[in-house]
Design a protein around this ligand. Structure first.
Ligand code: GDP
Length: 366
């Protein structure tokens, strides 16, 4: 499954957020089961209110969400790339995740020490990013030596890799994360770059951890972070870890009232995941039956056979067609039978690009 690493300087609220996210999921146990794999790893069902609606119409006995794993990666301090703090272990942990959730302290509290002495989330982001860039620089400089040599002997693979590595090296030398190269990069180069598994090429979502009073509106700190994220091709979201922590401890019935009191319409987990899906260009399709309503995550632009392959490789290999009902048609018409009668259950073939919310049923050869 998909793995997100939660990173940030000490005392910014990483553990508070991690515990709240995973506890919120645990509290909603029936729908979003949660289990602890390791002490700092939590497996969370992706909340999607559409599933309840579909399951009710389709009379499904169960709801099965897709899952995301959060890893609380502690131990990052200035100098990590040189082995300070948990240095190398920290960087190795980041190497294993698909995306980075970078928590930034955007709340003022004189009782809680800030390791850098003052609240400045943009500078903090830079401190962390610098460690990641130094680590990438070191690993790239090491690896490029051999590639240059082999490229000079006209080795095909090395010839393809070299320009991508040089471009990444140039960015890092200029003090920029490799991520800025990704936008608009041709698919073959993108594959090479992603194969290098550099830390700063991973997608980043900044979480602005704000005080309770700023949860609904954000503050000047979170505005500065949003502007930085925009420049970098990263995402950002405003969350109050303190509020999420409170929500996680409340009985489910009291959550709506509490959220209204603090000016929120949905829990931070939902917003965090939606922002993550947007950033990563992920969408969801559903399968519906008496046994279960189930969500499946795919990349935006995925065609029907490959979408089927997420369920089972046999579905992709033997793909014939996909009966497709758009979410809105399914809901407004009141289910599959009515959608069929209204001519809203389309038979789509191999070239169909699956849309977010589609309710699919695959026909395939065994
Ligand atoms: P970590 O080192 O980044 O994992 O940070 P922790 O989650 O352990 O939080 C460090 C301290 O900051 C703890 O005492 C938290 O209770 C406190 N803290 C975390 N989030 C908030 C917040 O949103 N507001 C305030 N005032 N304190 C917070």
């Amino acid at each position: 499954g998909f793995r997100c690493g939660i990173v940030g300087l000490p005392n910014v609220g990483k553990s508070t957020l991690f515990n709240a996210l995973t506890k919120t999921a645990a509290a909603q146990a029936a729908n979003y089961p949660f289990c602890t794999i390791e002490p700092n790893t939590g497996d969370v069902g992706v909340p999607d209110p559409r599933m309840q609606v579909i399951a009710k119409i389709g009379k499904s006995a169960q709801i099965v969400p897709t899952r995301i794993t959060f890893v609380d990666i502690a131990g990052l301090v200035r100098g990590a790339s040189k082995g300070e703090g948990l240095g190398n272990q920290f960087l190795a942990n980041i190497r294993e995740v698909d995306a980075i959730v970078h928590v930034l302290r955007c709340f003022v509290d004189d009782d809680i020490t800030h390791v850098e002495g003052k609240i400045d989330p943009v500078a903090d982001a830079d401190t962390v990013e610098t460690e990641l860039m130094l680590s990438d620089l070191e690993s790239l400089e090491r690896r490029i030596v051999g590639i240059r040599k082999r490229a000079s002997t006209k080795d095909k693979e090395s010839l393809a890799m070299l320009p991508v590595m040089e471009a990444a090296l140039a960015k890092l030398t200029a003090g920029e994360p490799v991520r800025v190269l990704l936008k608009g990069m041709p698919a073959d180069e993108l594959a090479i770059l992603q194969g290098l598994n550099l830390l700063t090429s991973k997608p980043v979502l900044y979480v602005c951890n704000v005080a309770e009073a700023d949860a609904a509106t954000g503050n000047d700190y979170s505005k500065a972070v949003a502007a930085m994220a925009e420049r970098q091709g990263a995402g950002s979201v405003i969350i109050s870890a303190a509020i999420e922590s409170e929500i996680a401890q409340l009985p489910e019935a009291e959550v709506p009232e509490y959220m209204e009191a603090v000016g929120l319409t949905e829990p931070g987990l939902d917003r965090l995941i939606r922002a993550g899906y947007d950033l990563l260009n992920l969408i969801t399709y559903f399968t519906v039956g008496p046994k279960e309503t189930r969500a499946w995550t795919i990349d935006k632009g995925t065609k029907a056979p490959q979408a089927a392959g997420v369920i089972h490789t046999d579905f992709e290999k033997g793909f014939i067609r996909a009966q497709t009902i758009a979410y809105n048609d399914f809901v407004t018409l009141g289910g599959e039978v009515a959608a069929k009668e209204a001519g809203k259950a389309r038979d789509e073939g191999k070239e169909y690009v699956v849309q977010d919310g589609d309710i699919l049923m695959f026909k395939f050869n065994n």
